[in-house]
Design a protein around this ligand. Sequence first.
Ligand code: XIL
Length: 596
Amino acid sequence: MPLPSFQSRQSQKILSFALVAALTGCGSDSDDTPVVSSSAAQTSSDASQAMSSSTQAESSSSAAPASSSEEASSSATISSSEAASTSSSAANSSSEAASSSDASAECATVEGNLVNNGGVESGLTPWSQQGDAMVAAADSEAHCGANSLLVTGRTASWHAAVINLPNLVASTSYDIEVWVKMAPGQSIETINLTVNYTDDSGSANYSGVTGASVGPDDWVKLSGTYNHLPTGTSSGVYAYLESPSETASYYIDDFSIVGEAANNEISYPELDPNANGGLAAGNAKFLGNIIASTIPSSYGTYWNQVTPENSGKWGVTEPAQDFYSWGTLDRAYAYAKVNGMPFKGHTLVWGSQEPSWIGDLTPAEQLAEVEEWIQDYCARYDAPSDGGFVHLLDVVNEPTNAPASYREALGGAGSTGWDWIIWTYEKAREHCPEATLLINDYNIINYAINSDSAANANAYEEIITLLNNRDLLDGIAFQTHAFSINGLNPWDDISAAQIDQALDRFASFGLPLYIAELDIDDEGVNQCERYKELFPAMWEHPSMAGVTLWGYIEGQTWRNTQRSGIVRADGTEKAAMLWLREYFGGNGTAACGADE
Ligand code: XIL
């Protein structure tokens, strides 16, 4: 079953309805959950109309319970298309009185509700859709307040309205309630509530929580207990409201989930017994690597700096607007901090791995969201330099290759040609005053020494000049992935002397330099020989402050086919790693070929 696609809101049909019921101050939103931003137009309130709506629901309540006992038995069923992929059982959840149309307490606040805007009173966040389902705030119908959520356009049972849940605590039960009513003209159908999350191994887990028969005349309450039982940590927890009736359309209102709130604190691991400064121990500069979702047990043996591979990219960290998934990034950050390794955040603004929802916003909203992201990131990780902790930060990534799609909202080119970048660094400096602000790009070193293809390097230099003149930049990073230095193409077949020359060019700014994403394939070139040839030029440059390799274990790098790893999956070291070890061992006998 596909994960929610967070389809473009612009493509969602917003239907206009007459205001029937409106009441301010009611609903089920909690005050202590993160404030969500509102993008939908608000309707005015009209308490007297709301009262009549409430009376109507109440008076019809006696007519509905006939179907409720039948519903209890169907409540743990989830739609058939999901059943194939589900990995959880009905034992993972239990439903209580599956349906009720008793709306007498409908406007009472649900104490301890962990989600905001379950009543769709302020925009659509955290609601979204999956499949062909379209979701829109409807002001013609409300169980409580002015709006409900109308789900239309479904063509399969799993097409659904989706609500993004905050992080939940493992092995903990939650009480979920939501009110549902079929759209006018629809027959009585079963509506099911399912919860989905992705566990540490990447497996999607589905739990049927409850279900009920719902008709177009009364609001029906679905309520059930959901037992959150992830293996390891979990991310992206969603609740769906779906129906085996493939084209059914319905209203949803007043979703609440009550239970223990996940501790939002970063949890710090024990010291890594292998972390003794890694290969570069004793040097003033670091030799680091990336951390993906889990930390390899050999990490501390080799490396003494951490860059999160994907978990710090905006699209990964904020998968739905105003909902953060910090867990994996926390783990990398906490590991670095506990073990006294510099941590390099990666990355605040970049034209790749952007949040899917950012394109749906107006420029003003985009601007606000980028600043909010920078602010939230910095509030969490810009730990002061206590105990010598160093927080480096790739503020803008790949400005010359992959500029942010929303750059116009940040000022676009403007009068300097790069106003959007200046704005981003001003914000990073403001919110992350303790961090060492870096810029990072590729095709710079190889192009810097080639007058035929100097455009990227020239643009990079231009941007750096603007930032440096404003005291907004603390270091310059170069990616140096295999495809840009490896000798696979004539223009990439760079030598140590050319690396030196390119680094000299950028060293003239007087800022520290970083090799941020080094990898060299074991395909098409002799990996060890290339390490031996190029690495010393990078490491030994007088302005070099640190070198970070982009992965090291075969099968766990983004260039697996090209075998960019330098340690085999079984932990044995390839020639390039043996050479690197030897190089840092400093006995001057480093040679390649030992593992061939
Ligand atoms: C890569 C990751 O390693 C992959 O897992 C992901 O699929 C794509 O991104 N430049 C960067 C890095 O700045 O963030 C990229 O990382 C590699 C290129």
